[in-house]
Ligand binder design. Structure first.
Ligand code: FES
Length: 328
């Protein structure tokens, strides 16, 4: 599962019929959708996702894993989240063949740089889904690529056989048994950048952090990543939260941010529309400019100069005793 987004209702809505719902592993189920009226679906590019409206009132984003260019189907795979908010459980337990649901047209925040000469694709767990589509595209273009598929164990690598069959020696598998130290060595993989290479990472926050750190000296725009939350996500505990105040300068209001709420929660409750994607401080979507006050930056996307003037409101908070004045 990708992070939540909020595009349904703002643009064209698709009615999709479930053509198949097939368990791949005890925790991963694949779904294939077609247009409910039988028409061709809007096209997409590798790395794209759709936002799906669930019957329980929630909305989720899922990457498409089928080949770009296919307009007769969208294919997604859903990991049942053990500590999730019920969205994945609804997809697993309620959604069945023949059902119709609403979804946004595809959007792509995780695009291939097709002009790149060499591409390193890294997938963690269910993060394999956009990577499959990207690998197929690179293969079709005749590009040089390698694909690294990381999972806890072979039984959880739902697409291992397909990956091996389609990509042969270009595919590498890393099983860590639950100990990241035994998994893919991102630092070694990205230490020496091949000429004109791009790397694409999709998976839990820990994998993305490792890859971004390993690729920090790569040229700007060559390290691409997309967070996938889920049971394998990095859920390391943070320091305990304190309440604080924020001032929305342009609205002229002061709001309290309780210890158990994020700034994003408070802004949404106030009726502000803040775009979000990952809600984990990784994607950069919920950036807000800060006019004054010291920020406890908890994101993984802003660099030091960005942090002088901005924050990610999904995760970051005020330093103790500070009031943050936001450009809102
Ligand atoms: S929504 Fe992704 S950084 Fe906040």
């Amino acid at each position: 599962m990708r992070g939540s987004a909020s595009r349904i209702g703002e643009e064209q809505v698709l009615e999709l019929r479930v053509v198949s719902a097939v368990p791949l592993t005890p925790r991963i189920r694949a779904f294939e959708f077609a247009a409910a009226d039988g028409s061709a679906l809007p096209p997409f590019t590798a790395g794209a996702h759709i936002d799906v409206e669930l019957g329980n009132g929630e909305e989720r984003s899922y990457s498409l894993y089928n080949d770009q260019g296919e307009t007769h189907r969208y294919a997604i795979a859903v990991l049942r989240e053990q500590a999730g908010r019920g969205g994945s459980a609804w997809m697993h337990d309620v959604l069945r063949e023949g059902d119709v649901l609403r979804a946004s047209p595809p959007a792509n925040n995780f695009k291939l740089s097709e002009s790149g000469e060499r591409h390193i694709l890294v997938a963690g767990g269910i993060g394999i889904t956009p990577i499959l589509s990207m690998a197929a595209r690179l293969q079709a273009l005749g590009r040089d690529y390698t694909l690294h598929y990381c999972a806890r164990e072979p039984a959880e690598a739902a697409f291992a056989d397909e990956t091996r069959r389609r990509h042969g020696a270009r595919a590498h598998f890393h099983y860590d048994g639950g100990d990241p130290a035994r998994g893919l060595d991102a630092a070694a993989l990205l230490k020496n950048r091949p000429t004109a290479a791009h790397v694409y990472v999709c998976g839990p926050a820990g994998l993305i952090r490792a890859a971004r750190e390993a690729g920090k000296d790569w040229p700007m725009g060559t390290v691409h990543y997309e967070l996938f939350k889920g049971a394998d996500a990095d859920t390391s505990a943070r320091v305990s939260n304190q309440p604080f105040e924020i001032v929305l300068k342009r609205k002229g209001v002061t709001l309290n941010v309780p210890a158990d709420k994020s700034i994003l929660d408070v802004l949404k409750a106030e009726g502000l529309r803040i775009k979000t994607l990952c809600r984990e401080g990784v994607c950069g979507t919920c950036r807000v400019e800060v006019l004054s006050g010291a920020v406890d930056h908890r994101d993984d996307c802003l660099d030091d100069s960005d942090r002088e003037t901005a924050m990610q409101v999904c995760v970051s908070r005020a330093m103790p005793g500070e009031t943050l004045v936001l450009d809102l």
